[in-house]
Each structure stands twice: as C-alpha cells, then as structure tokens.
Write a protein that binds this ligand. Structure first.
Ligand SMILES: Nc1nc2c(c(=O)[nH]1)N[C@H]1C(S)=C(S)[C@@H](COP(=O)(O)O)O[C@H]1N2
Ligand SMILES: [Mo]
Length: 531
C-alpha cells in the first residue's frame, strides 16, 4: 500500500514539475525563505551533545514504553477499559467464556492478558515485566526531560531557536514546495547549515514543541495521584484517552526518527553528519566516523539492556528508585478527592491477582465469613481483633472512585466499608508507627503471603477505607471478599484483597525481601505508586 502510494506520489510530483506555472512557483518558493532567517553561528557543542543524549534516552523510553503497553495491550477511549471496545489491540479478544468472571477462578485476569515481546524490542521483553520496564521508562524520562529543559533554555538564550520556530506563514507554501521537490526526486538545495526548508522546520517544531510536551503531559495524566486529584476518572480526558494520545506520540517519534535518519542519509550524508557531530560545514569523513562510533555504542547498549536487566533486576529497581523515587514521593502528597457519579460505574471491572486457595479461606467463605477475624496490631496502643459483624457495625462510608492497575487498565466502582481512620481511632498507633502493612489470606503468584505497606499518613485520608461492598453488593470472592483496601492515591496492586491482618510498623525492611510489598519484592515495583 505505502510503496504503491509512494510510487504514485513520485509520478504526480514529476508530472507537476513539467508545467511552467509550477516551475515558476517553485522558483519563487524554493523551500527555504524568510520564515527562517539564516542562523550563521553553526551548531554549537551543547546542541550537538544534547542531540545525541536525546536519542539515547529516547530509544530506551520507546522500548520500555512498548513493554508497558504489552502488559495491557489494548487502547480505547472507554475509561472503564471494557473489552470489545478497543480501537487497537495487540492480541486477541478476551475469551468470551472467561468474561463472565464466574466462577472466579475462570475469570480472565489482566495478567492473563499480558503479551511477550522479543527481548531486542521490549525492555526487558519477557511477559509481565512492567515493574522493570517502568524503572527504565521513568528514569530515562527524567533524564530526557532534563535534556529537553536544558535544550529549551539554551535554544532561546542563544538564538538557535530560529532553526525550529518559523517566524511567518510563508513556511506553509515552502513546505508544500519542499514536498513536491522531494517527491519528484529532484531535491531542493540542502542549506541545513544555516537554513531549514519548510517541511523540515515544521517537522522539528512539531517534535520539539508539541510531541515532547504532550508525551510528558499524557504520561502524567495516567497517574492515580493526578487523576484522583483532578477528577479525570471518567469523561473525555481519562486514563485511557491519555494512553491513546501517549501512543500516538510514540508513533510520531518513531516515524520522525525513521524519516529524519533517511533524510540525513540521502540529502548529503557527510556534510549533514559533520554539522551535528563536529559542528563544521565540511565534507570530511570525521563526522561519519563519529557517527559510526556513536551508533556502535547505541547498538551495544541496546543489545545489553534486556539481558542485564533480567540478570540484575534488583539493581534496576534500586537505581530507578534513586533517580526518580523522590518524584513519586512528592506525588504521594497530592490530595485525592475525586469521587464520581453512579452513572460513571464501569459495567465491566477487570480482575487481577491470585485467588486464595487455602481450605481456611474456603471454609470462611462457605460460612458467610461469620468466623472471619481481622487482626490489627503492631506498634499500636490497643491491638484489636474484629469480626466481620463488628466491622459492618462500625461507621460505614461509600465512595465511587477509580481504580488504576499498574498494567494500564482502569475502572470505576462504588466501594462501601469502614474508613481506616476509624480503625486508627480504635487501635491508636504509637508515634513510632510509619507504615500500615496489609497481609492477605491469599498467596502471591510465586507463593508466599501477599502483602503491601502503606504510609500511615494515607490511612488518615478521608477516602481510605476497608471495603466490604462493591457497587452496593457484598464484595465477591474475585474482588477481595471479605475485605479489601482502597487507598485512592495508589495504583491497584497496593489495594490488598482478602485482608487477613493489619500491622503497624516503623520500617518494612524485615518483611519479605524488604521492598515494601509482595510485588515490590517479586516484580521489582516501587512501594510508592501514585503514578
Ligand atoms: N491479595 C492480593 N491482593 C491483590 C492482588 C493480588 O494478587 N493478591 N492483586 C492486586 C492488583 S495487581 C490489582 S490491579 C487489584 C485488582 O483488584 P480487582 O481484582 O478487584 O480488580 O488487586 C490487587 N490486590
Ligand atoms: Mo494491578
């Protein structure tokens, strides 16, 4: 299709150039013009260095981004991630017989839905490796944003901005002229040392000033901390539409990198390379060799990234935490307030996680949880044990909020249960207590008790509850009966289901692998997950 289109385009452009009217129009619109006054200072060192750093970070952002997409390989506008309404999906539909979520062990979970990628493409490639991919993605995002901000500042303080911002509308006819000239395979003169042509400057402008910021904004809009603060759980601007735009930005970047590279090669390779490597307008081979060395480095790092990540996952987790943990800590201070009307409730709510498989749980469930006991202890003045009945007799709170799974899906549900601040009133944590640890009756996917630690400040929040109801019904087994946590600031995996006990601690380093929760230990997630 695209090859045929290209051939037709070339033929049309060549025919156009046989008409004298077109020829004289092209002569008066050569491609370059006063929309970009010549920049005579060449390419300064900072610009050349930032250009290469940008590429390096971008490649990892792209690879890790594709990996994140592969963990929930569906794109749609529906805030509730209803299967069957996708605009694009990288795998088959949800098996119809497993949509019903009945019996619970037959339900198709979000983890069942994740796809594997080749290791040279995805980072690190293996199925459901989103924890590691996110450290790469966010760490490189941070470095890339630093690069970008430095670039903006230097652009506008040195006059180099003129290369990227057309100053009048004659850029449009000159862009059309450029397209016809390239299309006819009779290229316009390459004046790139001082002046870009219309198509070029528009492409650079879009990538630097539109796609770049949009990537950052649509990334942030996917964070529970931001959505729960600004009420972006449903309506047009929601996590799923942000994911679509984020994906379109990815396609733009990949398309740009490809076309940009092709153009560098076919419009005067040696000079073009010298511009951006040694900053000289000569046709020597120096730039070529620097380019070869640089590309060799890129390929080597590219090749090593997945194997090294799989070999030293804990190092990736710790490095990521070092680089961007502070930003997540900041976001954890946002105040989640958003609740939604009942009509926002998602008709389908993806399930996730590993069901409890013990006889103990089966007995509790079969007996309507009459024998269930919640133990709350640790660094508290008054440890308590509460029965299901006692919990239901405590003050009840209902809230319609949005759930954000780390994998990418979201869903709105109405939750009913006991506010955590009521529990705090009962047990009175000592001043030393810094975290509330929630232990599950269920094991995690690799065995061992599922648990997760939360900041004690979040337990005071008015939207933090122990839910025993979902959408007006008693919570069912799949979604965490008898009790699950709702902390609206954090991602889904921290909302422990099938809660057995709560312990207040000063530090979680002695629990499990010491990372703050089951998925933090086993899947290398961070324990702060407001994004
Ligand atoms: N005990 C336990 N709780 C858990 C999990 C789990 O595997 N075990 N999975 C978590 C994840 S990843 C998500 S997204 C939510 C899913 O809740 P849902 O099944 O009600 O949608 O539960 C969280 N709580
Ligand atoms: Mo999740």
């Amino acid at each position: 299709m695209s090859v045929a289109g290209l051939i037709v385009w070339i033929a049309v452009c060549q025919q156009l150039r046989t008409y004298s009217a077109v020829q004289s129009w092209l002569a008066s619109h050569p491609g370059t013009g006063d929309f970009q006054p010549p920049v005579i200072s060449g390419f300064p060192l900072w610009l050349r260095i930032l250009h290469f750093l940008n590429l390096l970070f971008m490649l990892f952002i792209i690879r890790a981004g594709i990996q994140i997409l592969a963990d929930h390989p569906r794109l749609q506008t529906d805030a509730g991630s209803m299967p069957g309404r996708e605009r694009l999906r990288l795998r088959g539909p949800v098996p119809p017989d497993r949509m019903a979520q009945e019996p619970p062990e037959r339900a198709w979970t979000a983890k069942d839905d994740a796809v594997t990628l080749p290791r040279w493409l995805g980072l690190p490639g293996i199925r459901h490796s989103i924890g590691l991919a996110r450290w790469w993605h966010f760490s490189c995002d941070f470095l890339w944003v630093l690069t970008g901000v430095t670039f903006y500042v230097l652009l506008f303080t040195t006059g180099q901005w003129a290369r990227l911002v057309p100053v009048n509308w004659s850029v449009i006819p000159n862009a059309i002229s450029t397209a016809i000239q390239y299309g006819s395979l009779d290229f316009p003169a390459n004046k790139g040392w001082t002046q870009y042509n219309g198509m070029q400057i528009i492409a650079y402008f879009v990538v630097v000033f539109i796609a770049g910021p949009l990537a950052l904004i649509t990334g942030l809009l996917q964070a529970p901390a931001i959505a729960a603060r600004f009420g972006l759980g449903w309506g047009r601007i929601n996590r799923q539409t942000a994911r679509i735009v984020h994906f379109m930005v990815l396609v733009t970047f990949v398309g740009f990198i490809f076309i940009h590279t092709v153009m560098v090669w076919i419009t005067g390779l040696l000079k073009n390379l010298n511009h951006i490597t040694i900053g000289m307008n000569t046709a020597s081979w120096t730039g070529w060799w620097l380019y070869v060395i640089w590309m060799a480095i890129v390929v080597a790092v590219w090749w090593a990234a997945s194997p090294l990540t799989l070999r030293y996952p804990r190092v990736v987790q710790k490095t990521g935490r070092f680089l961007i943990g502070w930003a997540k800590a900041l976001l954890e201070n946002t105040d989640p307030r958003a609740t939604y009307p009942e009509k926002a409730i998602s008709p389908f709510f993806w399930p996730n996680g590993t069901l409890p498989d013990s006889q103990e749980y089966a007995d509790l469930r079969d007996n309507g949880f009459r024998d269930y006991r919640l133990r709350v202890d640790g660094l508290v003045d008054k440890p308590v044990t509460l029965s299901y009945e006692q919990l239901r007799a405590m003050p009840k709170q209902e809230q319609t909020t949005q759930h954000y799974c780390i994998q990418g899906w979201s869903g709105v549900a109405k939750w009913g249960g006991v506010p955590m601040r009521e529990i705090l009133k009962l047990v009175q944590p000592s001043p030393k207590a810094r975290f509330a640890v929630f232990y599950s009756l269920a094991s995690g996917a690799e065995g061992g008790v599922y648990y997760d630690a939360h900041k004690i400040e979040h337990m005071q929040h008015h939207l933090t509850i122990l839910a025993y109801e979902m959408n007006g019904e008693p919570l069912n087994e799949l979604h965490g009966a008898p009790l699950r946590l709702r902390n609206e600031l954090e991602l889904g995996f921290k909302q422990v289901k099938w809660i057995r006990a709560i312990e207040f601690v000063e530090s979680f380093s002695h629990l499990g692998a010491g990372q703050g929760g089951y998925n933090e230990d086993h899947e290398f997630y961070g324990y702060r997950m407001p994004i």
